[in-house]
Design a binder for this molecule. Structure first.
Ligand code: 13P
Length: 249
């Protein structure tokens, strides 16, 4: 089986007013000039998805959401359905980010239902998993992460495009990163679970690393075993930081 192209996705989190569209335009223009080996996605706040999709239309930049509700419609004040993201121009959606698991009590079962919603709408889910510092220090990182993969990845993913993002909670926004050995250990374990669960699909789905990815550490992280891309937070907000990470893939 051929190795799929790596995926470099930027998660803007709750950052970005209209002026931020210029950063996405700059990424799109740079990729036009110098096409990347990686697939590239930008996941802005929901309010910017349609304008960002318009701003990068015809370029290599894909647009993603940061969350969705499992249901297609209904009385769920404040929530957004996968169908709405897709209609606004999203092709992917981040699900189960640790900030949502921790801040909104999203369980693996909730995340799995959202993944099914994303697939129903034709979106490619990026399913986030990762251990806390306490879990790592207790020697439970592999157990926690593989259990999250099993619980958050529904059977419906077989034959579909999706990615897993391993984001150690303690590495997010902290400037700390695991050692390459620690990253590889988790990614290899996740790969084994994916193959067991989904066969050929599980062998081909990219496993992204996320957590304090920067221009200075991207090349080393992206060349690690079973690392098929990156989910980038802070460093995705400026084209000048995001582009070198894209080029490193
Ligand atoms: P940082 O790159 O800012 O550490 O954030 C990582 C992340 O949470 C991406 O989803």
């Amino acid at each position: 089986m051929s190795t799929p192209r790596p995926l470099i996705a930027g998660n803007w989190k709750m950052n970005g007013l209209a002026a931020a569209l210029d950063e996405a335009r700059a990424v799109a223009a740079a990729l036009e000039e110098r096409p990347a080996g990686a697939r590239v996605a930008v996941c802005p706040p929901a309010t910017l998805i349609d304008r960002l999709a318009e701003a990068v239309a015809g370029s290599a930049v894909l647009v993603g959401g940061q969350d969705c509700r499992a249901e297609a419609a209904g009385a769920f004040t404040g929530d957004v359905a996968a169908e709405m993201l897709a209609e606004a121009g999203a092709r992917l959606v981040i699900l189960g980010h640790s900030e949502r698991r921790a801040g909104y009590g999203e369980t693996d079962a909730v995340v799995a239902a959202k993944v099914e919603g994303a697939l129903r709408a034709g979106l490619e889910p990026i399913i986030c998993v990762g251990e806390t510092l306490a879990e790592r220090q207790a020697g439970r990182a592999l157990e926690v992460v593989t259990a999250q993969v099993r619980g958050s990845a529904p059977a419906a993913l077989a034959g579909r495009d999706f990615a897993i993002a391993y984001e150690p909670v303690w590495a997010i926004g902290s400037g700390l990163t695991p050692s390459i050995e620690q990253i590889e250990e988790v990614h290899v374990a996740v790969r084994a679970v994916l193959v067991e669960m989904f066969g050929a699909t599980g062998a081909a789905s990219p496993i992204l690393y996320g957590g304090s990815v920067k221009p200075t550490n991207a090349a080393e992280i992206l060349s690690a075993r079973e690392v098929g891309g990156a989910l980038v937070g802070g460093a995705s907000l400026k084209a000048a930081d995001f582009l070198p990470i894209i080029v490193a893939a």
